[in-house]
Design a protein around this ligand. Structure first.
Ligand code: SF4
Length: 344
């Protein structure tokens, strides 16, 4: 397989230019074709000489690969199955919403975190995605021109593949890249000790923490990663950073009926987050298709909408900004926690 240009930094493109006998400024021209114009072939880079393009094509390709399957929800959400360069498969979701268009990208094939409520967690881990694979989900997305927001909330744990995630966001934000604002990129995590501090130090992108339960023992039953890096420790680290500027901090809270939706949980959230600059997003849980549950009876229930509204109101009245996220794409298993490529 030829090497992909998509995913290379300007410095690396300079190396490519030198390798095929082009002047250094050709690197910027290539970056413009790849990242700003989003061309699919080297032949379309018409300000490079024909000879240079031919030399380039001997060893390189742009690296765009279209989705091999797609599903469309009644609510306008679309889910795409993308092949990775290593032969894996990942799902990517596009969510239109009035004047917003959000893409939810995956960063790993499967996931090691084994969160109990998540279909990807039940798939196990099959491999990391490269920056090329992650960028391809954006650049080959049929709705690319409608995008306003990029969220790393698909399959995989971003802090467990941080090199590729940081390189992807760097290329999206670079002047020679897509010149995309970090305010329109959110990276989500269950919280990994190794990756979180580095992310906080190196990335200006928004951060979303998958919290789901404020009590350590209960959270650990849902999110095994809690046992190696507790939410309490994570909060201590998060408090060391300034969240009053452009970078936002949010906590994702999937609500399970009768399990984490009572006042006891709301009170604890207020105690923990009351004096922090942050937002809590309440997400409705969706029952996993039985095949993803390995025929195991899960004792989790979907939350009652009225209970969710009361929970939100409690938090809001006690100074914690809180919103209920609309559920999208449930009919095509594209909603939160439903992505799974085990069968592909
Ligand atoms: S919720 Fe996220 S971190 Fe947990 S298993 Fe699913 S994809 Fe992995």
């Amino acid at each position: 397989m030829k090497t992909a240009l998509l995913g290379l930094t300007l410095e690396e493109l300079k190396g490519v230019a030198a390798e095929v006998g082009m002047p250094a400024f050709a690197a910027k021209q290539m970056a413009c074709w790849i990242y700003q114009k989003g061309v699919a072939t080297i032949d379309e880079m018409t300000n490079l000489s024909k000879v240079a393009r031919e030399h380039l094509q001997e060893r390189y390709e742009v690296g765009l690969t279209p989705p091999i399957e797609e599903q469309h929800s009644a609510d306008g959400t679309s889910k795409y199955l993308f092949p990775t360069r290593e032969g894996g498969r990942v799902e990517t979701v596009f969510i239109p919403d009035d004047d917003r268009g959000t893409v939810c990208v995956s960063c790993q094939v499967g996931c090691k975190m084994a969160c109990r409520f998540c279909a990807t967690g039940r798939q196990g881990f099959q491999g990391n995605l490269s920056a090329t694979d992650i960028l391809n989900q954006i650049y080959s997305l049929p709705e690319r021109d409608r995008l306003t927001n990029i969220v790393f909330m698909g399959q995989g744990e971003p802090m467990d593949n941080l090199d590729a995630v940081l390189l992807t966001t760097q290329l999206l934000m670079a002047d020679y890249g897509w010149a995309w604002s970090p305010r329109r990129i959110t990276v989500s995590t269950v919280g990994l000790r190794k990756g979180l501090k580095r992310f906080l130090d190196e990335s200006p992108c928004h951060l979303a923490i998958s919290l789901h339960n404020p009590f350590p023992e209960e959270r650990a039953k849902m999110i095994p990663a809690e046992r190696s890096y507790s939410f309490t420790e994570m909060l201590e680290l998060l408090r060391e950073y300034d969240w009053s500027g452009q970078r936002r901090l949010s906590f994702e809270y999937i609500m399970f009926g009768g399990q984490n939706d009572s006042n006891r949980y709301a009170r604890e959230l207020v105690r923990l987050l009351g004096n922090m600059e942050c937002r809590v997003n309440l997400i409705r849980w969706h029952r996993l298709p039985r095949v993803e549950m390995n025929n195991e009876e899960l004792t989790m229930n979907e939350a009652d909408p009225q209970r969710m509204a009361a929970f939100r109101d409690y938090l809001t009245h006690h100074g914690v900004r809180c919103t209920i996220r609309a559920s999208r794409g449930q009919d095509i298993d594209a909603a939160c926690g439903l992505l799974n490529t085990k069968a592909h």
